[in-house]
Ligand binder design. Sequence first.
Ligand code: C5P
Length: 409
Amino acid sequence: MTETSQRRILLIIGGGIAAYKCLDLIRRLRERGDAVRCVMTKAASQFVTKLSVGALTNDRVFSDLFDLNDEREIGHIRLSREADLIVVAPATADLLAKMAGGHADDLATAILMATDKPVLVAAAMNPRMWSHPATTRNVALLSSDGISFVGPAAGEMAERGEAGIGRLAETLEIIAAIDRVIGRAAKGPLTGHHVLVTAGPTHEPIDPVRYIANRSSGKQGYAIAAAARALGADVTLVSGPVSLPDPAGVKVIRVETAAEMLSAVLAAPHADIGIFAAAVADWRVAEAADEKIKKGAAAAPQLTLTENPDILKTMSQRTAKRPALVIGFAAETEAVIAHATAKRKSKGCDWIAANDVSHETGIMGGDRNTVHLITADGVESWPDMAKGDVAKRLVSRAAEHLARTQVDV
Ligand code: C5P
């Protein structure tokens, strides 16, 4: 993302009958404040003209890899560098095949080969071409390369009497997919600030197939990351293994173990606020087996455990690059406030969000949470709320605190 909130979208228009719908896509994206620059394939110019596309983007339209003037002024690498996201719409069967095969013989494919930006593909083609095994293979390959897809949808085709899956996704669906991939940078009290969040459990290997885990779903940490993003922050979410979608516009780093989580947290850029919501395993197996442990030995295997690094404590107690506000969580099953108050001291963090995770509360893995916020000023008990609301309240409090302390400095 750019530092301003304007998103820069490079739209590659492929040569399909649905290309005309890109005009509406460009118009709506620009209405929403996005900058749109277009590249057209040779086939695309059979369906829409550079003139109409350029009139809507209010920019030059690029199409030729070998246009010396274009290459000298704005080469294909720069087209990619100056974008936050590349959208390919409509992507034809041929364009998908070229992308999957790594071709780079025209401007569109050269950009797609040279880019390190996220790519979103809105495919549109005849249903038979979409269901052809070659297209299925190409889509699977591109997905495994990290490319996102929206559509195609089912419906009537331009060809008379043809129906099936192959229509370009609706404009608003494409825009929703764009929001999912790069997020909409709201301007808010946390604009210009970096928030680092940990979430989810960690998995500590016993052998290549078994691990020690816990019941954390990651829902609270993911909601916190989304809430911080909604207030305009740049957010890095270091997540243990969970089955939740990435929050829009948040940089997500997926890890398995506590050691990996610590490395990712230490490697992240300096954060103004650190919120450590992960349920990090306290122990790992001292020496995980390289091969699967077999049954049948005389005695059951003995697991020797060793303590994991404490990420919250490490971040709270470091002198360089300590976030101005460090918030930990305390999941307790008894004497919640007493234990959490002691934990705030022992870890060295600024605030602790404490909750009762006894089985009957249903908090672990559930959608609601009852939190006591423990700060240097005392304890504030919040009512039972949805995890999303807990996240919003916590992040707003953190933003207020940051604004106050920064004024004081
Ligand atoms: O010590 P305990 O696990 O109860 O502390 C909970 C808090 O400490 C949470 O904020 C959790 O994310 C953090 N923690 C950590 N690294 C550990 C253990 C806990 O960051 N190894």
